[in-house]
Design a protein around this ligand. Structure first.
Ligand code: SF4
Length: 433
């Protein structure tokens, strides 16, 4: 029996989907892509933008014409009925039941053996108790680098965001279990672990925070790479900055800044000013030698006039970013900005997104040029058309030149950044570790 897990949205969703796919593979199901005629489709949805929701509806309709389709994720949590109506054999499992799905494969195997149809098997599934941290990355088999979920939910309430509505309050996986799971991944041979969460810097924020966790973790593990999926600026403190100086923490920081204008930040409920943000960014850059600094930014937030946009563009240009992930503002139901009166026209919002994407291309180009000739390390990811490809510590996608004959996925290679061919950098191998 063939299963396709289709994922929309953030790294956390990808991480949870991987665990789900892996639970099916371990029960003998074949994991296939979306065009390979699966007998069961699972759609893990996202609610961050209306575009992500539109795409989810389109894919669910398409999959439901071919097979029973199970839908879960943030959008499913908030709009269950709407999604259930998209097909006769569509079953929606809201977010609060998502972790239980890790036991679905075993249940379906038994159900199919007792001659229930697949959809009947899906509907009869209960799954028992489960927590949002049941996704144990130690079993993943689809990545050369392992994702480990250590945090969920968020205690902030940014006025544009529906994720905190879907995912609920901040929760953290306890420190001992994080360390145990990272060590299990290390023992399984992974060379890089990416810690993920909805708001990672809110990890255990009422006690010792993410900094405290990293200190304890780094004291217990060997020489493997640790990467943080992203860091909200408002909980980056001295302790975290100190832990980031450890050479095992990778020189790549992804910061959802959202705007570079004080009035817009205030209007949408972000908990920092531009001056505070600038000081945090300076300290992050000082932790490492020329780290890759990426920003999430939203154009056309209510209240963003020409002046505020210019402030944002200037801020992004002057603060050493290497890439911008630009999102045109999308008003979300159940959020304070849904009916905002000072809305920016869509054409202006999109034009601003275009300007920032052009800026981003220039920033990335300048960053990559600076890397030429520098030493680095790459984790081998994929082989395509006779070449190996990988990701460096500072998160640059590279084509690996002169890989050793024994190269394989997940392996760590040392070398030097070469020049750029097309959009990719080359990486010339000088050794393996
Ligand atoms: S920090 Fe703001 S944008 Fe991020 S999840 Fe929390 S409420 Fe949403």
């Amino acid at each position: 029996m063939r299963v396709c897990v289709y994922t929309l949205g953030c790294r956390l969703n990808q991480c949870e989907s991987e665990a789900l796919a892996d639970s099916f593979a371990r029960e003998g199901f074949e994991i296939v892509g979306e065009e390979e005629g699966a007998d069961l489709h699972i759609v893990n949805t996202c609610t961050v933008t209306s575009k992500a929701e539109q795409k989810a509806r389109r894919m669910i309709r398409r999959f439901a014409r071919r097979s029973p389709t199970l839908v879960t994720g943030c959008y499913a949590q908030l709009n269950r009925k709407e999604l259930e109506e998209l097909g006769k054999e569509v079953l929606v499992v809201p977010l609060d039941g998502k972790a239980r799905l890790l036991k679905l494969a075993g249940h379906l195997r038994t159900a199919l053996e007792s001659s229930l149809s697949l959809f009947e098997g899906m509907k009869s599934f209960e799954g028992g108790d489960a927590t949002v941290f049941d996704y144990d990355a130690a079993t993943f088999s689809y990545h050369s680098r392992a994702y480990l979920k250590i945090q969920d939910g968020c205690d902030n309430s940014c006025a544009f965001c529906r994720v905190h509505v879907a995912r609920g309050k901040a929760q953290s996986l306890d420190r001992a279990t994080v360390i145990e799971r990272v060590k299990a991944l290390e023992d399984a041979g992974f060379n890089e672990i990416i810690l993920t969460g909805v708001n990672l810097t809110m990890y255990d924020h009422r006690n010792e925070g993410l900094g405290g966790l990293l200190e304890a973790l780094l004291a217990k593990i060997g020489d493997i790479r640790i990467r943080l999926s992203s860091m909200e600026p408002d909980h980056i403190d001295d302790r975290l900055l100190g832990a980031l100086e450890d050479p095992r923490m990778q020189p790549h920081f992804h910061i959802p800044v959202q705007s570079g204008s004080d009035s817009v930040l205030h209007r949408v409920g972000r908990k920092y000013t531009v001056a505070e943000l600038t000081s945090i960014l300076d300290r992050l850059k000082a932790c490492k030698d020329d780290p890759f600094l990426a920003a999430d930014v939203i154009t056309g937030l209510p209240g963003e006039g020409e002046r505020e946009f210019e402030e944002t563009a200037l801020f992004l240009q002057e603060n050493g970013f290497s890439a911008l992930h630009v999102f045109p503002f999308s008003p979300r139901p159940d959020t304070p900005l849904f009916k905002a009166k000072d809305r920016v026209p869509e054409s202006v919002r999109d034009e601003r997104a275009k300007v920032l994407r052009t800026l981003s291309a220039g920033l990335t180009d300048a960053y990559l040029r600076r890397q030429e000739g520098k030493p680095g390390e790459v984790v081998v990811q994929d082989r395509k058309d006779g070449s190996w490809y990988g990701v460096t510590g500072n998160y640059v996608d590279v084509r690996i030149v002169d890989p050793p004959l024994f190269a394989k996925r997940g392996m760590l290679l040392k070398g030097t950044f070469g020049s750029r061919s097309d959009r990719l950098m080359e990486f010339i191998v000088t050794g393996s570790s």
